[in-house]
Design a protein around this ligand. Structure first.
Ligand code: APR
Ligand code: PHB
Length: 393
């Protein structure tokens, strides 16, 4: 068995693991990332791309923000469509100058992978049977299998950054984790195309046929979504069917200007609210999707992952620099306070915008009234805007 030693063993090379690894590297803390998939596979996943200012700041702090600032798009607002008309939510005006950055998560992952390669910190890709051990003791280890051999790394801490289906959370002994979960009765069918976005800002649409979202990756690449039944298969949806359905869910003026083209990617994602508590188990910490999932309405997933990593990197740096475990001890409670607020917002925005067949005609009327109130009341718009741009730390 090949044995090595590091300070922090990070399970998972998604945005959480890579960003944590880089922040620790910058502070001179040795770390090893162990990832189940190949690098190309990780880069092939298409996910939401709206960054809160605090996420932009953290990427800058890590020193990986240069391309984001060149290619990303700052957005000062977005539109809500309902009842055949578009209404703008002025994020900038309502929040005293805050805005969001539109930059694809795939691009962030690529920037982080490049930065890690440039400084020569190691990542093991295509590791199988990854397993954390002894995190309830002083000397935890992570083991994995690769190329027919078993490998082990001894470490001070394990960071479980291995997503919702990861091994870290499920390695905690029975009874050690409490989970809260809600699965929504529909999915999002997403389509990526090299076509100019229908609008220069995002459009969230509430329609009697179901929710739709117009987003983008750049001024020449669009990302669109329509709410679909969970049982639907991507193969059932031709590009033409998708474009027809999207057009029907937009206001007529917007639908008339939609530019369509062949899809580059098409996929169906389920919607889930999920939180695992606590997020620390002795010398193992969970961060990002390993500990929580939000439905994508509002794009909080990556921002929450970044917020966990901000707390965890600071806590570990404080531990090594000052021999203080104050940050480590506070980690779980600090993260969860932010997480639950983002869970609440994502659940609320999802409930407001989607078609819920089981709530019937009264459910739809109540949604319409709330949307009307939201765009007419500055107080209500402000609540929405301050959550969308991200709550303060
Ligand atoms: N061993 C090693 N790696 C694993 C294992 C395992 N047993 N299980 C999963 N992984 C890897 C996955 O292959 C993936 O690359 O962990 C990584 C987790 O990455 P993400 O799922 O992207 O999670 P995270 O880094 O927390 O990023 C959160 O991603 O899902 C979006 O909306 C979410 O934006 C948020 C962000
Ligand atoms: C996306 O661009 O993929 C996206 C944007 C905003 C959301 C969700 C997804 O709320």
């Amino acid at each position: 068995m090949g044995t090595q030693r590091t300070q922090v063993a990070i399970v998972g090379a998604g945005p959480s693991g890579l960003l944590l690894g880089h922040l620790l590297h910058n502070a001179g803390i040795d770390n090893l990332i162990i990832e189940r998939q190949s690098g190309d596979y990780v880069l092939g996943r298409v996910r939401a791309g709206v960054l809160e200012q605090t996420t932009v700041d953290l990427l800058d702090e890590a020193g990986v923000g240069a391309r984001m600032h060149r290619e990303g798009l700052f957005h000062d607002g977005y539109d809500l469509t309902f009842g055949g008309a578009r209404h703008r939510i002025d994020l900038h005006g309502l929040t005293g100058g805050k805005r969001v950055m539109v930059y694809g998560q795939t691009e962030i992952t690529r920037d982080l992978m490049d930065a890690r390669a440039a400084v020569g910190r190691p990542t093991v890709y295509e590791a199988t049977d990854v397993a954390p051990h002894d995190f309830d003791r002083d000397a935890p280890t992570v083991t994995w299998r690769k190329d027919g051999a078993v490998h082990e790394v001894r470490c001070d801490f394990i960071a479980g950054c291995d997503g919702f289906h990861g091994v870290s959370r499920t390695s905690v002994p029975e009874g050690g984790v409490t989970t809260y979960e809600k699965v929504y009765p529909f999915g999002w069918l997403g389509l990526l195309s090299d076509t100019p976005p229908v609008s220069h800002e995002l459009i969230y649409s509430n329609h009697e046929r179901g929710f739709a979202l117009c987003s983008m990756r750049s001024m020449t690449r669009s990302r669109y979504y329509v709410q679909c039944p969970l049982e639907d298969k991507v193969e059932d949806w031709s590009d033409a069917m998708f474009w027809d359905e999207l057009r029907r869910r937009l206001d007529p003026a917007t639908a008339a200007t939609l530019v369509t083209g062949p899809s580059i990617e098409k996929s169906i994602a389920p919607l889930r609210s999920f939180v695992a508590e606590p997020m620390r188990f002795g010398r193992m910490f969970l961060a990002g999707d390993a500990a929580h999932i939000v439905p994508p309405t509002g794009a909080k997933g990556l921002n929450l992952a970044a917020s966990d990593v901000r707390y965890l990197s600071r806590a570990l740096i404080e531990f090594y620099a000052q021999k203080s475990s104050a940050g480590i001890d506070a980690y779980s409670a600090r993260c969860l306070a932010r997480i639950w607020k983002a869970e609440r917002f994502s659940w609320w925005f999802t409930s407001l915008m989607h078609k819920f067949p089981e709530t019937g005609a009264i459910g739809r009327k109540l949604q319409q009234a709330e949307l009307d109130y939201l765009v007419q009341s500055r107080a209500a718009s402000t609540v929405m805007a301050e959550n969308y741009v991200g709550l303060p730390f």
